[in-house]
Write a protein that binds this ligand. Structure first.
Ligand SMILES: [Fe+2]
Ligand SMILES: [Fe+2]
Length: 359
């Protein structure tokens, strides 16, 4: 993070950051639309209809608006932050924007390519929400002259193809972990308002309730297709759980200044988020990661170490740097595999899928 080439000092830097794909950057996805069109939510109709009524009610329609004081407060507080924190915060804004916009693009594309009325309607509502979220973050980047051209990002970003079931696991998890991360931060600033270094955090509670509901939608779709939650697919669920948890751990530890400025210790914060997320995923996943297993934390630390070393190799460049990077990447992959085999906890699915965002 100290390397100047990582810094965001211009619109071009921000745009480059958003479009670059690496292991830890949010990606854009495409999928099999015909298979999406065949999804059938009849087995969960009652819960589905109740959820759609909530989307239709749109209780956040007036939430994502800024008052006149917002930009002034944002600029004033930002100017007082240490350089490293400024950079981590900008990195946070750009990667959050990319991730919100990724959802917006995917949900819009699915909507345009299916005729199934349930799925079309759902995708339209979720794209509506993500578009508001992305626009709201972009306004904050614009306050610093760093706004991102979203049309251009949509055209120039690489799209990763995921089978529909991988979209379900990955998107469900990213919506729910997004909720858990935002609500924990919101609660922190509720308790320590003097620490709040940007007005955007005041919006997080109602914002993350949208993400919670998006997660509910995927939970219901998966419960309506129980084959996605059985047999060999359980191995995929384990994979996605671990990939999402581990990525978050490494990212948060790579930019600790942001969490520290909030008064949150990265490891504690991450484990609280894992705990919330584990509670929520009981609604749909037949297994939970055993985050209290002693090897779980120890290996996350190892993974972070490998990632730091690989990054050093990348920074150094040249043949030696490339070898170092490759060797530590392989070591990191081996740690990931070891973590994959830590025994998981079995979970019996509840009768009723839907949950309330009560954290
Ligand atoms: Fe969102
Ligand atoms: Fe979302």
């Amino acid at each position: 993070m100290h390397n100047a080439s990582h810094e965001i000092n211009s619109v071009e830097d921000a745009a480059r950051k958003a479009v670059t794909d690496n292991l830890f950057a949010p990606r854009f996805y495409t999928t099999d639309f015909a298979a999406m069109d065949r999804l059938n939510v009849e087995p969960v109709r009652a819960e589905w209809d109740a959820m759609m009524a909530e989307y239709e009610g749109d209780n956040n329609h007036d939430h994502f608006q800024r008052d006149a004081a917002f930009a002034d407060e944002a600029r004033e507080l930002f100017a007082k932050l240490p350089h490293e924190l400024q950079q981590e915060f900008l990195d946070f804004l750009v990667s959050s924007l990319t991730s919100e916009f990724s959802g917006c693009v995917l949900y819009n594309e699915i909507k345009r390519n299916v005729s199934n009325p349930d799925i079309r309607q759902l995708m339209e509502y979720m794209a509506r929400d993500e578009s508001r979220h992305a626009g709201f973050i972009n306004s904050s980047l614009k306050d610093y002259g760093l706004g991102i051209d979203l049309g251009n990002l949509k055209r120039s970003k690489h799209y990763t193809y995921f089978k529909p079931k991988y979209i379900m696991y990955a998107t469900y998890l990213s919506e729910k972990i997004g909720y858990a991360r935002y609500i924990r931060i919101f609660r922190q600033f509720e308790q320590y308002p003097e620490r709040r270094f940007h007005p955007i955090f005041r919006w997080f509670q109602r914002w993350c309730n949208d993400e919670f509901r998006h997660g509910e939608s995927f939970a219901l779709i998966m419960r309506a297709h129980p084959e996605l939650l059985r047999g060999g697919n359980v191995l995929w669920i384990r994979f996605f759980l671990l990939a999402v948890y581990a990525t978050m751990y490494v990212r948060d530890h790579t930019r600790p200044a942001l969490k520290q400025a909030m008064g949150l210790e990265p490891t504690e914060y991450d484990f609280e988020v894992f705990r919330i997320c584990n509670e929520i995923t009981k609604q749909v996943f037949p297994v939970l990661l055993d985050i209290d297993h002693p090897a779980f934390h120890a290996n996350l630390e190892r993974l972070f170490h490998c990632s730091q070393k690989a990054d050093e190799g990348k920074q150094a460049g040249g043949l030696f740097g490339s070898l170092k990077r490759a060797a530590w990447s392989v070591a990191g992959a081996a740690v990931f595999v070891r973590m994959y085999f830590i025994p998981v906890k079995q979970n019996e699915l509840p009768q009723q899928t839907r949950m309330q965002p009560s954290w």
